[in-house]
Design a protein around this ligand. Structure first.
Ligand code: NAD
Length: 530
């Protein structure tokens, strides 16, 4: 039977104890720094290779190509990828549907082993994956390490969650019956991922779907295709049977057609509000003969704020704001793009902020600069347009321009605008770049009202020494991920289940105890006893 063939290729592995987060690499240690430099050198020799589509385990080439470039040196090609077109949707879906028939029957321990084997392989080659991230999207060493660490965490966490779910039962046993609850997979689904966490989010969404017994057509971002190709290699080496994940690099046209396919059972998407809403609408339309309501899991943008209260530890607040606003150049859904600062400390906050931002070095992420380039020319132009808007909406405190580089990298100066009105465009719209708006507030209640006054609701933080005010924020700051006296980026799998309110998405809480439920349906079985 097909089930046996599938289950024998995955080497058995059980979780090693309770879940704990992958430790960060201490690059200040000379051995770690040396290992990273070595990996960067090795990966540099592999840049420019061509990668295939992988459908049902078969390698495919296309006429059209997607060329991934290094944002720090746009002339340097990181990888050449095939570009799936609308005609590949049917092929990929049929491969996923065929594999589903056997993968759904593979024992959960086997599916868990696949994730754990993959986690171990990535752990063993951590520096190498960090180096790929540095070249493909411009992450410095710590940012790349966080992305790879989170990838491992998702694999380890969802492996344990799948075992927990498989052991679930009904809350009570009805007298005279045996009652069971089985979380069964949904079917063949689409995973559509963004470029900014091109390893962790792409792998996390995929792993969650397949560990529950679903199969997937994976459509990664066209700006980070190499990370997905590397992940597929890992899954195959870890024993994944053909067709369980079908890698289709492609753009919006392929993505739209995939979402519209009548047999796609679910769409797991992370990306912008605009595309998320479009997918939501498209998925809601039923095609003739369609037998189910497509499930959409949509994680979208943010306009995240940090409230700085008058009595807080100001140095800690400034450090947190700078890390949240300028880490990976503000290209995180959780990035702080609004600092809402109490009038009583406003001027001293600005002074300390300026001092700290001035010390940020912008440069090649290969050399581990604090800030590298933004991801591509589109992002560069878009952020520069917002900077121009900011010049008429606030007082430019720092930055405000592109930084020329000999290799033509897409560098921007960290930019801070002070005295921004809460309703200004740069205080309302997601910029997704290194631009921070500082807003003056006259009371803590006003700070909360300003923080809540956008269409988003993803992350937020409060720096305050007042227990009462923190309690007020706990109840009234309407975001999916709220932090007190720490930065608003850097969610840890398991500790900070991640997902936002309002236009930030469907609040899926990746890395949390309910996430796998989104990829299953619960079947209740009751048997009358003797
Ligand atoms: P994007 O919306 O442009 O693209 C995301 C994915 O959707 C890509 O794979 C893209 O090719 C695909 N896509 C584009 N048009 C499509 C269409 N019409 N149909 C189907 N697929 C389509 O987003 P991005 O620029 O890759 O990522 C940045 C955005 O993602 C930001 O808004 C950021 O806030 C958000 N984000 C959110 C989270 C979260 O957890 N909430 C995490 C990371 C990033």
């Amino acid at each position: 039977m097909a089930t046996n063939t599938l289950s024998t290729v995955i080497a058995h592995r059980a979780p090693q104890g309770a879940f704990s987060n992958e430790p960060f690499t201490g690059f200040h240690h000379p051995d770690m720094a040396r290992a990273m430099r070595e990996a960067l050198r090795k990966v540099a020799d592999q840049l420019g290779h061509e990668y295939d589509l992988v459908i049902g385990g078969q390698r495919l080439r296309t006429q059209e190509k997607i060329v991934s470039i290094n944002p720090a040196r746009p002339a340097q090609v990181v990888g050449v990828h095939q570009q799936a077109g609308v005609q590949h949707v049917e092929l990929a879906m049929q491969a996923a549907l065929a594999a589903f028939e056997s993968w759904r029957q593979v024992p959960v321990q086997e599916r868990v082993s696949l994730l754990l084997n993959a986690a171990e392989m990535i752990r063993e080659r951590k520096f190498e994956f960090c180096a790929w991230l540095t070249y493909e999207v411009g992450k410095n060493w710590a940012e790349a390490d966080a992305d790879v660490g989170e990838t491992i965490d998702f694999l380890e966490f969802y492996a344990r969650e799948a075992l927990r779910l498989a052991a679930a039962t009904t809350p009570i046993q009805y007298p005279g019956e045996r009652n069971e609850l089985h979380y069964i997979p949904l079917g063949a689904g689409a995973v559509i991922s963004p470029w900014n966490f091109p390893f962790a989010i792409m792998a996390g969404m995929t792993a969650a779907a397949i560990v529950c017994g679903n199969t997937v057509v994976l459509k990664p971002s066209t700006f980070a295709p190499t990370m997905a190709a590397k992940f597929l290699d890992v899954l195959e080496a870890a024993g994944m049977p053909p067709g369980v994940v079908n890698l289709c690099q492609g753009g919006a046209e392929f993505g739209s057609a995939l979402v519209e396919h009548p047999q796609v059972r679910f769409i797991s998407f992370t990306g912008s509000k605009k595309v998320g809403l479009e997918i939501h609408e498209r998925a809601a339309r039923t095609a003739p003969g369609q037998k189910w309501i497509k499930r959409t899991v949509l994680e979208m943008g943010g306009k995240d704020a940090i409230i700085v209260d008058s009595d807080c530890d100001l140095d800690a607040a400034v450090t947190g704001v700078v890390a949240s606003a300028f880490g990976f150049n503000g290209q995180k859904c959780s990035a702080c793009s609004r600092a809402i600062v109490d009038d009583r400390i406003y001027d001293v906050f600005l002074q300390k902020l300026q001092d700290k931002v001035e010390r940020l070095q912008v440069g090649d992420p290969v050399e581990n600069a604090d800030m590298g380039p933004v991801v591509n020319d589109l992002a560069h132009n878009k952020v520069l347009q917002y900077i121009e808007i900011g010049k008429s909406e606030g007082r430019l405190l720092h930055g405000g321009q592109a930084i020329a580089a000999p290799d033509g990298g897409y560098y921007l100066a960290p930019t801070v605008f002070a005295d921004v009105a809460p309703t200004a465009r740069i205080a309302q719209e997601e910029i997704f770049g290194p631009v921070l708006a500082v807003i003056r507030s006259h009371s803590f209640e006003e700070s909360l009202a300003i923080a809540n006054n956008t269409e988003y609701g993803l992350t937020g933080a409060v720096y305050s020494a007042s227990r009462d005010r923190l309690e007020l924020a706990r109840h009234s700051f309407h975001v999916g991920n709220l932090y007190f006296n720490r930065k608003c980026t850097g969610a840890m799998v398991g500790a900070h289940p991640f997902g936002g309110f309002n236009m930030s998405g469907t609040d899926s809480k990746a890395g949390g105890p309910e996430y796998l439920l989104l990829f299953t349906q619960a079947k209740s079985v009751a048997e009358k006893l003797g």
